[in-house]
Design a binder for this molecule. Sequence first.
Ligand SMILES: [Zn+2]
Length: 418
Amino acid sequence: MRRLRTGSKQVIRDINRSIILNLIKSHGAVSRAELTQLSSLAAPTVSDIVAVLLDEGLIVETDTVISRRRGPRPVLLQLNVEGGAAVGIMLRADGMTLVVTDLMANVLHHAKQSFPPGLAPDELLEMVVDTIRVQVQQAGIAWDKVLGMGVGMTGVIDSTTGICRESYILGWSNVDVGGKLEATLAVPVHVDNDTKTLTVAEQHFGLGQQQHNFVLVTVGRGVGMGAVVNGELLRGHHDVGAEFGHVTMALDGPPCPCGNRGCLEAIASDVGIMQAAVAADQVRYGGTTIEQLTAWALDGDEQLRHIFEHAGIMLGIGVANLINLFAPELLVLTGEGLRAGELLLQPLRRTLPQCTFRGRLEQTSLAVKPWDPEWEPWARGAATLVLDDMLRLPLYEQASAVPPRRVKGANPAPRPGN
Ligand SMILES: [Zn+2]
C-alpha cells in the first residue's frame, strides 16, 4: 500500500536512496563519481547509500566497462537484477494468474490457480496466500528475496489503502485485500484495479513504452480504461478515477450492475451483449454463453449482428470521447471481448470520425492488441507496482506531489549520513 511518509530526515534519506537507485537503473552501469555528479549529492552521502544498497544486494559492483581515462578503472555499480523478486497476481472471480519476476520485471515463473465458485472473500484470499507460498517455493526463490507483491483485480480499488471498495464481478464490498495479504505474508502489498495494472505493464514493456500520453481500453466482462498522462498513470481522487465503463450513453438504456442505466459497460461488455440478446429473444439466446453468441453472430445471425453493431457504435462514441478528452498519441484496445473482432471493430472505426474533434483522430494511433488468455501481462503489471514503489520518490506519496524532475530543490544540504 502507498502510505504517506512523514518525518523529514527519513523522507530525505528515502528520496536520496530513490534518486541513486533510479540513476543506477537508468544508466545501466555507473561509477560512484558519476552518481555524485548526476545526483548533485555530496560524495559521502552517495557512498553511504551505495554501501547500504550493496549490503541489501539490490546493486552489485562491476568493472566490465573499459574506461577511456588513464589511471585505475572506476568500479561501476549496476542493479542486481536477481537481487530481489516481486510477485504479481491477477485476481479474477474464477481464478488467479501469478508471476514471479526479477527486479527488471522479467518473468521467472508463471502459474495459474482456479477457485471454486461461491467463496467468501476471506476463503478466497486464503487460497491466494497458499498459492503464492507454493508457487514462490516452486520458482526456487527464497521468501526473504520477495520485496513485495502486487495485486490487480476488477472493481473500484483504493490503491492508497489496498481496499476493494466495490467489485460487482466478484460481489465484494469494502474488502481489505491489501491488509489481509500483508498481515499474512509479511511483505508490502500493492493492490490496484486490473486495467490500471495492465496499463502500467503496457507503459513499461508494451506499446506505451515510447508514449507520454496513451490510453488503454479493455472490453470483456466489463469495460475499463487506463490513461497515462504526461508519463504518469491517471488515478483521480482516492485512486478511483477513470471509470470508463460507467459513462452514461443513454439515460433510458439497459440497467447496469452499478445501479445506473445506460452505462457503456451495460451495452458493450460481454454481460451487456448477453443481456441485450436475452431481451431480444429469451427462448433462443437464454442460457447461452458469450462465446456461443459470438459464433452465431459470425455465422450470420442478423439479430445478434445488430446487437454487436450497436455495441461497437457505443464503444466508438466512448473511444472518440477519450480521444477528444486526452489527445493521446496512442489508443490501445484490448480484452477478451475483442474475440468478436470486426463485429465490434468495424462499427467502432466507422463511428470515430463522426465523433472526434477536428484533426484529433489523425494524431492518434489506434492499436488493437490481441488478448492474452493466460492473463500474464496483467499479472506482470501487478508485479511492476512493487518495482515502481521501490524506485518511487517518497515525496510523490504525499498530497502535494512533486514531479521527480523538480525534486532537486528538496535535497538536503550535503551532510554525511543523509
Ligand atoms: Zn454502470
